[in-house]
Design a protein around this ligand. Sequence first.
Ligand code: SF4
Length: 372
Amino acid sequence: MDSVYIHVPFCKKKCNYCAFNSKIGEENEIENYVDALTKEILSKKENCKLTTIYFGGGTPTILKINQLEKIFNALNENFFIEENSEITIEANPGTVDEKFLFGLREIGFNRLSLGVQSFNDEILKILGRIHDSKIAVETVQTAKKFFDNISVDLMYSLPNQKISDLKNSVETAANLEVQHISIYGLEIEENTNFEKLLKAGNLNLPDNELSEKMYDFIMETLPKFGYRRYEISNFAKKSFESRHNLGYWTGRKYFGFGAGAHSYDGKIRTSNICNVQKYIEKVFAGENISEVEEVITKKNAMEEFCFLGLRMVEGIEIKNFEKLFGENIFEVYGKVIEKNISLGLLENSDGKIFLTSHGMKLGNMVFADFLF
Ligand code: SF4
């Protein structure tokens, strides 16, 4: 069972914190991109079954319904899409209305992931988002008429954000009774407006103490609303965990289509050319658009099994490691595991190794230990 990721690198406006492969697209360029994307999909005749499909970006809902349908038809032609597949599309409030949402359902999308980030208007303005909180609430409410699997993305540790702002955002999302909430702490990325503002001393970020309080607030609050944390940044109502993302964390194979998309066949990871114009030109010229990024050796695969698996609250199963690699996990990583257990960051029980709640806060430190 495999997955497909489709990248749509266009947005209405570039957000101030965004380092994703996205740009403001002209209508003509978008049309050409859809044609190139369709051509790329059709060029990969794969005899495999898909259980998850994910349209991400950028803002995939910047495309017209007929353009999304065209891409979807190409997938249907070259892959076998399993019944009950999880088919997600990312959308931004302000880019979808009732008619559009109906159109998405008609095509076959059954999960909507909404990039809300905050329900505070001042913060949304600072982030450079195109929507305000009223539009975000209305979008979720309208989406609920068509989708019974909705995820909302939120952010914390934002400029000027107070605990009370975060409380309002988290509680608003939870009270809207969406099935899934992803919540990420802001990181200042290179070549973003936020990086420039920070360097100029014009970005009022919460200090470490406040950020930690925000983190603790999220961890305490979401479970009270019935959201179970299943991964470092992801919470879901029962049975609504993102199957697509679980695939990444458990080493499942995936195909990526579009500019900058990555693919993984279990042995080799490849990535497509990022530049949109070059991607379009090369696809039409029949030239190669992907390059090998990484050949996954047994060592790499063991490392990934550990640090991706540990992102999940369930952690990793000791017997699965042995089944996959023919080695005992303690013989390979005994010292690392022991060290992190003694620091109170990892726990070993019931045949599983997993991060403690303290370890969840310091996940990157633990993951780094598995790379040697
Ligand atoms: S909508 Fe998302 S992808 Fe587009 S600019 Fe904003 S953060 Fe980046």
